[in-house]
Design a protein around this ligand. Structure first.
Ligand code: NAX
Ligand code: K
Length: 494
């Protein structure tokens, strides 16, 4: 299981380990792990280590002591920029400082001129950063980022909140890392919101701690193991009725594309039969995918179909009426886009959704989530995990909070962050495709939480596959996603 530990959870683990391990052990191990990660990244001879006032700085000093120590076979010039604080450092950091001072590392007080560093190691701040980086430190972070050299961040890129993935601000700065080696356990903030951009590739150094020794984490990374039980090979003796019906309800005037994209995605993700029930008639047939059956939402009997509501649905009286009817009924629901905005405007509809027994997945982007919660999107983005958890508990639904590092939360408080996907998904219609895949997996009998995890993973992996083949991120179109998602699903099923 790919656990994600909050800062509070990591601190707890540290405290319980401190009772059994000799003092300084964890910092020594962190320094060793950092030194080998630095060696693996190094192409050249000049290493600059930044050591801040706390134990994160201690890790960097330990690494410097190893890289420039008497036992090293590394032919490199090691420079340490040490920025002590006003308070005395911890005993283990003092020891690390003494070891680094006794090594061949060259200590400096200010960033030396020149930009030819082969590698910069960021040990300014870790999980102890308590306020925005300001003054001299801010100038240092900006200068390091401006150098554009490879950066290895220790534990967390300095300036980033390891819980939320937000740069600690307002108007904060953070180190832009190429790679982050994070200690004891992985952390949510490295994988969502701004985290993916600042942390780069993330590597976990458990510091010799057996995963079994750690208490369960409050969050995890999404991975196929979380939904793979639904990917059993299909039986030969199956028919279209075996794979469920999906009806996409949406398509106000001028918005016919949204439900069609959703319906295509549902089809390519394996639903048996797919309908579009349009608010405004979209025509008699989808000539690209004649398999999709086009109906009029006003008099459509959805039977036992899973309903995907919202793509291009608008806020007309008809839209409101079909939404109301769906919330009254027993169908499994995926609620997206305009359906979410209508629900956000109506406490009555919110109450009805929360009280339903049938499965529901809601797929807001941050602004839609903000409207549903009655806050700003900055508040949602400031703590995406908390926002998704809160919404899931209020609406009694599985919540898919979209954005870099999509967060999937259910009403029981379980939360996962999705690692697949890329900036190519920031394109019109990509959310419609995601909603269609969610509906398709629900219709095929997946449990709601697993349908959401599976859909988000596959949707992101489809975009990654398109990028790997040169069809993005620039110019990736939502219409290309369904076929790529099909390929991903079949590869997983094999
Ligand atoms: N405690 C442990 O057992 C271990 C800790 N480790 C390292 O220790 C780190 C946590 O250490 P700390 O708790 O000392 O915290 P940090 O090293 O992250 O930073 C805290 C220090 O920075 C100062 N500070 C906080 N915000 C500031 C700001 N905006 N501007 C200027 N100064 C600021 C604080 O006064 C304190 O001196 C982890 O991220 C990890 O790298 C590792 O060595 C593994 C073991
Ligand atoms: K750091």
């Amino acid at each position: 299981m790919k656990s994600l530990f909050s800062i509070a959870e990591i601190r707890k683990i540290e405290h319980s380990l401190a009772e059994t391990l000799p003092p300084g052990t964890l910092m020594q191990r962190a320094g060793e792990a950092a030194a080998s990660a630095a060696r693996a990244m190094l192409s050249g001879r000049k290493i600059l280590l930044l050591a801040g006032p706390g134990n994160n700085g201690g890790d960097a000093l330990e690494a410097a002591a190893i890289l420039a120590g008497p036992d090293t076979d590394l032919d490199a010039e090691v420079t340490v920029l040490h920025r002590p604080g006003s308070a005395p450092p911890s005993p283990e950091t003092q020891k690390a400082l003494a070891r680094a001072r006794a090594s061949k590392a060259h200590f400096v007080d200010a960033l030396p001129l020149g930009r030819d560093w082969s590698l910069i190691v960021d040990g300014l701040f870790g999980i102890g950063l308590a306020r925005p980086i300001e003054g001299d430190m801010r100038a240092l972070v900006e200068a390091i980022n401006a150098l554009g050299r490879p950066v290895l961040a220790l534990d967390v890129p300095s300036g980033l909140d390891a819980d939320t993935g937000a740069v600690i601000g307002p108007d904060g700065v953070a180190i832009q890392a190429t790679r982050t080696i994070t200690f004891i356990g992985n952390k949510p903030g490295l994988h969502t919101f701004e985290g993916r951009d600042y942390a780069g590739q993330v590597q976990v150094a458990p510091l010799g701690i057996d995963p079994g020794q750690r208490p369960p984490a409050g969050a995890r990374l999404n991975e196929p193991a979380l939904f793979a039980r639904h990917l059993a090979p299909r039986r030969h003796n199956s028919h279209k009725g075996s794979f469920g019906d999906v009806a996409v309800i949406g398509g106000a005037r001028g918005m016919a594309g949204a439900p069609l994209l959703s319906a295509r995605a549902a089809l390519f993700a394996g639903a048996g039969r797919v309908f579009v029930a349009a608010i405004e008639p979209v025509g008699a047939v989808d000539f690209v995918h004649p398999e999709i059956m086009l109906r009029d939402a006003q008099d459509f009997d959805s039977g036992a179909a899973t309903l995907v509501m919202g793509p291009g649905m608008g806020d007309s009286v008809t839209a409101m009426r079909v939404l109301f009817k769906a919330l009254e009924g027993k169908a499994a629901l995926v609620l997206d886009a305009d359906a979410l905005n209508l629900i956000a405007d109506s406490p009555d509809l919110q109450g009805r959704l929360a009280q339903r027994e049938a499965p529901a997945i809601v797929t807001p982007h941050p602004l839609e989530a903000a409207r549903l919660l009655g806050v700003t999107s900055a508040v949602v983005q400031g703590d995406r995990l908390a926002a998704a958890r809160e919404l899931a508990s209020r609406l009694h639904a599985v919540v898919v909070l979209k954005g870099s590092g999509t967060v999937i939360a259910d009403a029981d408080g379980a939360v996962a962050i999705n690692p697949t996907g890329n900036a190519g998904l920031a394109t019109a219609g990509s959310g419609d495709v995601l909603a269609g895949i969610c509906g398709s997996l629900l219709a095929q009998g997946w449990e709601p939480r697993e349908a959401a995890l599976g859909a988000v993973w596959v949707h992101g992996a489809a975009a990654d596959r398109l990028v790997a083949h040169g069809s993005g991120p620039i110019g990736l179109t939502a219409g290309e996603l369904p076929a790529a998602a099909r390929a991903v699903l079949n590869a997983l099923a094999r």
